[in-house]
Design a protein around this ligand. Sequence first.
Ligand code: MCN
Ligand code: SMO
Length: 775
Amino acid sequence: MDGDGGGAGIGARVLRKEDARHLAGRGQFTADLRFPGMQDVAFLRSPVAHARVGARRASGDVLFLDDLTGVADIVTRSSIPGYKLAPWPVMARDRVRYVGEIVAMAVAANRAAAEDLAEQAEVEFEPLPPVASCDAGRAEGAALLHPEWGDNLFLHSRFDSGIEAVAASAPVKVELDITCARQVMHPMEGKGVVAYWDHRAGMLVVHTSTQVPHLIRSGLAEVLGIPQAQVRVAAPDVGGGFGYKCLLQPEEILVSWLALTRKAAFRWIEDRREHLVAGANARQHHYTLTAYANEQGRLLGLDAQIEVDTGAYSVWPFTAVLEAAQAGGNLPGPYDFRAYRAEVFSVATNKPPFAPYRGVARPGVCFAIELTIDAIAKAVGREACDVRAENLVPGSAMPYVNVTNKHYDSGDYPASLATVREQIGLDAFRAGPARDEKGRYLGIGFATYTEQSAHNTKVFAAWGLPLVPGYDQAHVKLTPDGALEIRAGIHTIGQGLETTLAQIGHSMTGVPFENIRVTLGDTATTPYSTGAYASRGIVMSGGAVSRAGEVLAGRIKAIAAHLLQTEPDAIEFREGRIHAGNASLDYADVGRAWYLRPEQLPEQVNTAGLEVTEGYKPATDNGVFSYASHAAKIAVDPETGIVEILDYVIAEDCGRMVNPMIVEGQTYGGAAQGVGTALFEESPYDDQGQPLASTLIDYILPGPTEIPAFRISHTETLSPHTAHGIKGVGEGGAIAPPAVIVNAINDALATLGARITQIPATPERILAAIAEAQA
Ligand code: MCN
Ligand code: SMO
């Protein structure tokens, strides 16, 4: 049944079901929802990064923390030894710890009136010394964000497989200092929440723009102190998430509290400025690396210090330190070496909390390790692409367990690098001119990475997250008129699950694709799922649909066999009908037989219905690994420092593709975000902890003119551990571009002796690097 030879099943490039409404402007996002008497909420946010909060006064419908009853702080636990708790009050108690932290909540008939009310509130702030960087946070005598900790470290962890022998004997040693900017995530639709009390169901109903509705239900119930059965979370259309919408946010809790206590409807819709200066941040890493190699450039060992600028609090449920745990664990990347030491500091700073963003740590680690490979190649005087190829885990070594215990299950990493080398035309490029007719310096850069997906409970537990289990569920139902309904608790945030889950349902049951309806992300109507993150959706939820579809297919066959007077084994699903030899049935015939005339079915058929809920987990404890190589050719203008991407190629492998067109869209969109990380996006803070990018004039997002036409090719190495051999792909595109583009810039600038080790590689930084090299 697996892949029905084209049509609309697994492997087909069918158009997305969800696009009909989105292209017509008929999507239904949180801000589109209307309820009778609904009031708007606006927040007064801290103007200072670190202060004691004194007297508070307001008139009208304005609330401070003391006015709330029964609301607990957000407390995010982790099982990682040494992790420190940072309870996060939903509004300021006695301190504020970042600019943008909520101090008061105002309620009014509309947003403008609520903002006016919030602004009139008077609050005394008694400034405390701000901690605005990792250096400041780790300095002797630094002010403490959470005084009970005794330092500013959420976590200080070490990994050491033994580096001394290599350090003492390796002939080649390179040192790098690498910095990644702080970023915000910028889904097209910001965060938003609408909550009301459903008098008939006796339930709090929360429509929130989230990737993880079932988790948010658990989190809201916990913080509000009510049973989960009294909370329904239903996610409407979600216009992008990227990790930002995995968090339980104070705004979500506060709006829900209003609905719960006042038994009416309330909403908050994040605006762009709130997203820029008050929402969760991402990406800011600093690496101090020493790499050891032999004279051919074979990497022998890596010694790393990693700092993550983690902000003030720990996000629920993924904690402040998921990024640090992953950075230390993933830095070795797709490379084959055994001596590795990493010391990781997750530093609390007076900045917004830190959250996973598409790629979670890996854009940073890929940038760091790939710059290291190029630096080693330079030190030994060889072509970086050759040195890279020789260091990759070879296909013959699969399955391969790396130094940090990652189980690379399948694939051929050097082959994917060879593909992009060929496609970008490295050899012809090396034989050609180093500058173009405009005098710009030309360069080519490469990167190869792995992308873990389908994480099992054990993998999450190793990151300290025992509450995030690695399994999923789906419900499938054949309706009386022969259509297929699929319900899954995961949500679609733009990544196409309404389509790809239907494709899997079609492959398993043969029900015509156009007669399949997918319902997602509503705790009242879908089975429990932890949601869409960590590139787990299609493997986990798709696996559950596959499993439930298989069971349902068996029941359809049993009924059809009875109706056609044959054995279930003789039944085939083809061309939208059910066949046995020359006879055939409609799915509606089976639906009617079960729902309307069950007494006419024999006992052995008449026991189970046409509705099935099944759970699924992959047959491995270690997740599965997709991989890809990227290569780019770029031009750098030495007068302006402006970079143009002339060509960009991607060879990716995510196992069996359910919908190659969607996989390409995922890769394209991710890579576009990666270009932003590489060249443009930065959310800087001054030494007082004030955000310097509070509008989209200061925070530069790449537009269509900055994004190249990515050329994408695929291989399909099936995972041995998952249904249909599927692996995830949602984050991958975002991982490599910073590494590829900066390696290409450094290739171009090599003759000038200039090198960039900081992203974004802005024109100012490039000009400064050239000036420094010439000085
Ligand atoms: N797919 C496929 N065949 C495969 C792998 C994937 O057809 N072998 C398709 C499926 O439709 C799947 C999608 O590609 O839903 C993404 O794959 P998967 O890796 O399973 O990712 P998830 O479904 O779990 O989606 C979450 C993932 C993450 S973690 C981020 S961050 C991200 C991403 O997806 N955020 C996105 N892609 C995004 N795309 C959009 N438009 N918006 C976001 O916010
Ligand atoms: S950052 Mo994606 O939601 O794992």
